[in-house]
Design a protein around this ligand. Structure first.
Ligand code: GLC
Length: 474
């Protein structure tokens, strides 16, 4: 028989409260593994990923006291907030160690870390992209780390941890790295392909939306975490200069709705100078009008995936768009239009399993060239338009932020159906197919952020006040 909302919540908590998901270091829980699938090779899924820990950490902050079930069945009481504090401290320490090995002292947070044991001694080993498949750079990790640190302060009611000198220094160094001079003049961050949740080649090189939305959120969080004192003066000024520039730029240049599309359709090209309307020299023929004019209906709109010289990537990327709503990067009007688009495209974006990571998929020659023939990212699969249950929490957060009660009700009904599937299929990492009806071909089972993302959506929907952990005023 189908489980109800409450039964699903209880079942998800029961699963996530098992000791096997926790990573222990010096006998202290400091994070969670990416997945507990014993049937597939672990690769790096036995590591604690910073981005994967975000929904888990938020959930632990909300829940507070956790009862963890040990392998033999005995129960252990753990403080969820303490796990998040341990996580923040240990990742900070990894950052400090890695810093000392660089020339400038500037380095990103690792994508993931693992506890290694040698001769009875434990140490943590971070993966800063130096071990990752295809050696991708985890730009999002540092940004998420700052966002989680702010959430920790909100949940505990104090920024004492963030105000410690080592934390202050770490925030400043991360921001310095983001602000450092590069061969690029935009207020956005220039990053390589695969620098975020989509950690494989997918044609994201440049100024990919997800990174810009996280950058914006991390900048806003930093202003709350860095008190206005002598040591922070320079960096606060840099943040205050960058924030409005970044915000205006994204709101204007990334925005796509029917009106904007009509402008792009009739763009004049080869314009020179500061007054150029077609700043990036977009050739209208590069725009995929065939699907876009059908997909983008009146009243809907979203941020494009990427913008660069003669490039406007019109794919819809879920994480970047939803983070933009939650963090106030969109104007209130843009937020409403974005939620309207999700409403209009519910079937394609939500399907049977919330929610598509992007839409539409790369196909044919585009797939060959942009992914490098990556079989894992065939169309409608994995990062190339697969459905990722972890994204449900961001959808819930965005619907709550915009007051779309009707969407929340719809989501609740769909989540009951989806939750029953997830439970029966042991919480897979992702789903494939146009409407997310196939269990991801390579998906791990017992994927931690699948369980946590789903539960976090439930917790947010059941208790609106939790939204303040991640949201910002418009
Ligand atoms: C995959 C995902 C990445 C995630 C990792 C661990 O590589 O693309 O976003 O962090 O698995 O779950």
């Amino acid at each position: 028989m189908e489980k109800t909302w409450e039964e699903l919540k209880a079942a998800a908590w029961q699963e996530l409260s098992q000791d096997k998901y926790l990573v222990y270091y010096d006998e202290q829980p400091i994070g969670t593994v990416a997945a507990c699938d014993r049937e597939k090779a672990a690769l790096n899924y036995d590591q604690c990923f910073i981005r994967d820990f975000i929904p888990v950490g938020l959930l632990f902050l909300i829940k507070g006291n956790l009862t963890i079930t040990r392998p033999q069945g005995e129960e252990n009481k753990v403080d969820g907030q303490e796990i998040v504090r341990n996580f923040l401290k240990e990742t900070l320490r990894l950052h400090q160690q890695a810093r000392s090995k660089t020339f400038t002292g500037l380095i990103l947070m690792p994508a993931s870390f693992k506890v290694q044991s040698e001769n009875g001694h434990q140490h943590l080993e971070g993966d800063f992209g130096d071990r990752a498949i295809a050696r991708v750079t985890p730009v999002d990790s540092s940004l998420w780390w700052i966002i989680l640190l702010r959430a920790y302060g909100k949940a505990t009611g104090s920024n004492i941890l963030a105000y410690q000198e080592d934390f202050q220094e770490c925030i400043r160094l991360i921001l310095e790295l983001c602000f450092s001079d590069r061969f690029d003049r935009e207020p956005t961050l220039l990053v390589p392909d695969g620098a975020c949740m989509i950690d494989r080649r997918m044609g994201l090189y440049g100024h990919f939306l997800e990174i810009q939305a996280l950058f914006f959120t991390a900048l806003r969080a930093s202003l709350e975490l860095l008190p206005d004192n002598q040591a922070n003066q320079k960096i606060r000024k840099a943040v205050l200069d960058r924030l409005p520039a970044l915000q205006d730029y994204i709101r204007h240049d990334y925005w796509l709705d029917m009106r904007r599309l009509n402008d792009v359709y009739r763009f004049k090209v080869e314009q020179y100078g500061t007054e150029a309307l077609n700043k990036f020299n977009i050739y209208s023929d590069s725009i995929p009008y065939d699907w876009l004019t059908e997909w983008l209906k009146e009243g809907g709109g979203y941020f494009a995936g990427n913008i660069g010289p003669s490039q406007l990537d019109c794919r819809f990327f879920t994480l970047g768009n939803l983070v933009a709503v939650v963090s106030g990067l969109t104007t209130p009007e843009q937020s409403q239009k974005m939620m309207k688009l999700i409403d209009q495209q519910w079937k394609t974006l939500i399907g049977q399993m919330p929610m598509k990571i992007c839409y539409p998929p790369l196909k044919g020659r585009d797939w060959e060239l942009l992914t490098g023939h990556d079989p894992k990212n065939k169309q409608w699969s994995y990062h190339n338009s697969g459905n990722w249950p972890v994204l449900t929490w961001l959808l819930a957060a965005a619907a709550l932020k915009t007051g779309r009660q009707d969407l929340l009700e719809r989501l609740e009904l769909d989540m009951v159906k989806a939750g029953n599937i997830l439970l029966a299929e042991s919480w897979p990492e992702y789903y494939d197919g146009e409407f997310g009806r196939l269990t991801g071909r390579e998906a791990r089972k017992f994927q931690t952020w699948t369980i946590a993302g789903f539960l976090l959506a439930q917790e947010l929907m059941d208790n609106l006040s939790c939204l303040e952990l991640v949201s910002f005023d418009d």
